[in-house]
Design a protein around this ligand. Structure first.
Ligand code: ADP
Length: 384
């Protein structure tokens, strides 16, 4: 059997002040090299802008000794595809212009994506560049799940709907669940819980996303590292009227000073667990943050059980989902009556994609490491 080692894909994830990269063999499914350039454009950072950041990455690739002629495509993670893009898309000037225009919906993310794309296209001019949209997997949401109950004309005019994010991860993980179970994805109902710095839940029916917790922006839904997740919009009116907080301050409050960080002072989950262990006033705050996090997660699991009617599998993924057994145990505790039983021993041991539910559990609970870079590399490879 020949395993066509016919080339590599460079996967780029350009944020506002960082570029993550990975050099992937899409056929073997392995990463040859990965890295991160940070603090782009920040005061006294040696990396002045994204062009300098990409030059640095280019140099790291050269230094690695890997033959760059083997790079046959570049895959770009793009945050917002709006109503325009869902499938992986070959990047042209027209596509770049549309992604830039969608910055209206993702002011922090899309402009950085555009800069990353433009610089990389000059750097790797002879290979296809492919955009993979974080919103793509969720374009299939039924109208009942995608629509906000607001004035129809306002919603239509300003593109107000639920788009969902982390789509590449939810799609990849739900596919892996089917592979681990040896089942046809078309016959499975799955809840995917992506718990990283950002966090989102999705309900996937026969391989198609039917519900997700993030909305117009990645702010809605679960409690996250620094984001509040669900909140009564009335809080914003109240703070505006009584504390004179303007829109930028409120944006900053909910996106950067809320979530675990807002409740406990730390946004990193490992630090949260340590702080809770340490006790005292800080430990109490961390304990509350943990409880709010778990409570919200349980609410979403319950909601998605009802959305799907029958749930074959629940999969935990990303930094917290893959590495924090207590989160998996606590969020699903006491759900035996609903056919969900986590096996404590399986939950605390093992590595890689694995089943952690008890043998008699009607719903199979799994841990599935996500791999967005591989998913993006495979998508880009289609264009080679
Ligand atoms: P990102 O959204 O930036 O890709 P990750 O998926 O890497 O984030 O998740 C980062 C989060 O995972 C951090 O809050 C980190 O503390 C948490 N995490 C990583 N390892 C562990 C662990 N062993 N136990 C608990 N949390 C962990």
């Amino acid at each position: 059997m020949t395993k066509a080692a016919s080339g590599l894909v460079l996967v780029l994830n350009s944020g506002s002040s960082s570029i993550k990269y990975q050099l992937v063999d899409p056929v073997a499914g392995t990463a040859l090299l990965s890295g991160l350039v940070e603090q782009i454009g920040e005061a006294d950072s040696p990396v002045a802008d994204h062009a300098a950041g990409l030059r640095l990455i280019h140099q790291q690739l050269v230094d690695s000794g890997i033959d760059l002629a083997a790079v046959r495509a570049v895959g770009h993670r793009v945050v917002h595809g709006g109503n325009l893009f869902h499938a992986p898309t070959l990047i042209t000037d027209a596509v770049v212009a549309e992604v830039a225009r969608l910055a209206e919906l993702a002011p922090l993310h899309n402009p950085a994506n555009v800069i990353g794309i433009e610089v990389a296209r000059t750097d790797f001019p002879d290979v296809p560049h492919v955009a993979v949209f974080d919103t793509g997997f969720f374009h299939s949401l039924p109208a009942a799940a995608a629509s906000y109950a607001v004035d129809h004309d306002v919603a239509t005019r300003y593109g107000i709907r639920r788009y969902g994010f982390h789509g590449t991860s939810h799609e990849y993980v739900s596919g892996e669940v089917a592979a681990v179970l040896g089942r046809d994805p078309g016959e499975l109902n799955i809840i995917v819980l992506h718990l990283g710095n950002g966090a989102s839940a999705s309900a996937v029916q026969g391989g198609v996303a039917v519900e997700t917790s993030m909305g117009l922006t990645p702010l809605e839904g679960l409690v996250m590292g620094t984001r509040s997740g669900d909140i009564d919009p009335g809080v914003l009116f109240h703070l505006n009227r009584t504390a004179q907080m303007g829109v930028d301050e409120l944006d900053e409050l909910l996106n950067r000073r809320s979530g675990l960080k807002g409740l406990s002072g730390v946004n990193d989950f490992r630090e949260l667990l340590e702080q809770r262990e340490a006790g005292g006033a800080l430990g109490e705050a961390a304990g509350l943050a943990y409880d709010v996090y778990i409570h919200r997660l349980r609410k979403y699991v319950g909601a998605y059980l009802a959305v799907l009617g029958r749930v074959d599998a629940i999969a935990f993924t990303a930094g917290v989902g893959e590495n924090a057994p207590s989160v998996r145990e606590d969020s699903l505790a006491g759900l035996d009556g609903l056919g969900i039983v986590v096996d404590p021993e399986r939950n605390r041991t093992g590595k890689g994609a694995r089943v952690i539910s008890a043998d008699g559990s009607r719903t199979t609970v799994l841990v599935v490491p996500t791999n967005e870079e591989l998913a993006i590399a495979r998508a880009a490879w289609q264009f080679v």
